[in-house]
Design a protein around this ligand. Structure first.
Ligand code: ATP
Ligand code: MG
Length: 416
């Protein structure tokens, strides 16, 4: 026997019995996004590394240690995308989408790659469903995009998910907060984890996002971003909250919600799944008013989010999603019957009637068992008797009623 080859650690297969529910979730997302005026953008899986280091930030976990980066044959550094926003922004700038519409509402669905430690809810290839809006700075669009996510979760009957929101201010007011935070942690640095010791120097906001329980406890009494917001940011944040109330979207304030990517400004939010364990954020996002300009485009306000598909899937009750099963199973007994069956199945496929047949043959009993197993609604049986009479037996698997149907009429009959 040859050695068996396994999949790579941290990636997974979506098997046929799950893929129906997987598609169902994505279709729901598409339908709801379309209702809100979003169009799909299909972005590449590989980009120049610089796109991510510049947008996500050099001192973030993703860029420092999680990216799959390789040298292309011409020496250029290429990265498997760890997230979607950077690519959407690049495409928005590259194709001058700003000139083609007053504002852009875009969504994407696809795999992302991060070399993290694989564990429950954390994969190295995982899927995201994300949405971005470019060209609207008003607080109401923040509330609208959050309410869109909320509607998606409701329509998928997802229970026990809590929306947390915060505002991390803008380049005008964040320096003061940063200083206050550094002041707060200055006499605690020796107690911080190694990661946060470095964050203290380069990116102190990220200490608030640390998953270590000790750092978490240390930051309990840390200054709150909302106490340092400038007037514009405060007005914006209050507006988001009022609008969420109008939209009847429940939320709680989490003053420590700073998000792990550097490009956010003002609003940040996460949907936390109560039953998800340590990796509990099922969706996350926020406003990023400076990213388009930072990547070389015209100054453009923007807001977006991304859903972790695997985590959403694990919260979803797929038992109500009907499994794919062929409507018709053809049982043919003997070589001649099989020839007849083959011409029938070809016509049924052309009519778009999902039909299968086991060309391996076998007894009536064994083939009926297969039809049953596949959950087919109808079975066509053709044996020598039927052939000589020019008919097939059509069996309704639910009522168990059987009738003879002339061969020439069977396709027509099933079409109805
Ligand atoms: P986390 O706090 O879980 O590390 P993050 O801040 O890195 O999340 P984002 O980059 O904002 O997450 O990604 C948005 C969503 O994508 C997350 O809320 C999560 O649901 C999902 N996600 C992120 N990383 C992974 C992963 N390695 N495996 C599966 N899902 C992931
Ligand atoms: Mg992460």
């Amino acid at each position: 026997m040859m050695n068996q080859i396994h999949s790579i650690k941290g990636v997974k297969d979506i098997l046929p019995d799950e893929s129906g529910a997987w598609q169902y979730i994505q279709q729901k997302a598409r339908d709801i996004f379309h209702t809100f005026g979003y169009s799909e953008i299909i972005i590449p899986v590989i980009e120049f590394t610089e796109l991510f280091s510049r947008s996500i930030g050099e001192t973030t976990d993703i860029v420092e240690k999680e990216m799959y980066t390789f040298d292309d044959r011409d020496g250029k550094k290429i990265t498997l995308r760890p997230e979607g926003t950077a690519s959407v922004v690049r495409a928005y700038i590259e194709h001058n989408l700003r000139d083609t519409a007053p504002f852009s509402k875009l969504y994407y669905i696809g795999p992302m790659f991060r070399r993290e430690r694989p564990q429950a809810g954390r994969y190295r290839q995982f899927y995201q469903i994300g949405a971005e809006v470019f060209g609207i700075g008003h607080y109401m669009i923040d509330a609208e995009i959050i309410s869109m996510l909320n509607l998606l979760f409701d329509s998928l009957n997802i229970k026990g998910v809590e929306l947390q929101i915060n505002s991390i201010g803008c380049p005008q007011c964040r320096p003061a907060f940063r200083e206050a935070l550094k002041g707060f942690f200055a006499d605690k640095t020796s107690e911080l984890c190694d990661n946060c010791k470095r964050r203290f120097e380069f990116n102190p906001l990220r200490i608030l996002d640390c998953k270590s329980t000790h750092c978490h406890a240390l930051s309990e009494k840390a200054p709150k971003t909302v106490d340092y917001l400038c007037n514009d940011c405060l007005t914006h944040f209050n507006g988001v909250q009022e609008s969420l109330k109008t939209a009847c979207v429940p939320y709680i304030n989490n003053p420590k919600l700073v998000r792990g990517l550097d490009y956010y400004t003002q609003t940040t939010f996460e949907f936390i799944g109560g039953t998800l364990g340590a990796q509990n954020a099922v969706a996350a996002g926020g406003r990023y008013d400076n990213l388009v300009a930072e990547l070389g485009g015209p100054s453009t306000p923007a807001v977006g989010f991304s859903i972790g598909m695997e985590r959403l899937f694990s919260l979803f009750d797929s038992s109500n999603v009907t499994k794919q099963s062929p409507s018709v199973f053809i049982v043919a007994l003997g070589e001649q019957a099989q020839q007849q069956a083959f011409s029938i199945i070809i016509q049924l496929h052309k009519e778009g009637i999902s039909t299968v047949m086991d060309y391996n043959g076998g007894s009536l009993k064994s083939q009926m068992r297969k039809a049953d197993k596949l959950n087919s609604a109808q079975v066509i049986i053709i044996g020598e008797d039927e052939l000589s009479k020019g008919v097939v037996v059509l069996r309704d698997m639910q009522s168990k009623a059987q009738i003879d149907v002339p061969i020439a009429e069977v396709v027509n009959r099933l079409r109805k």
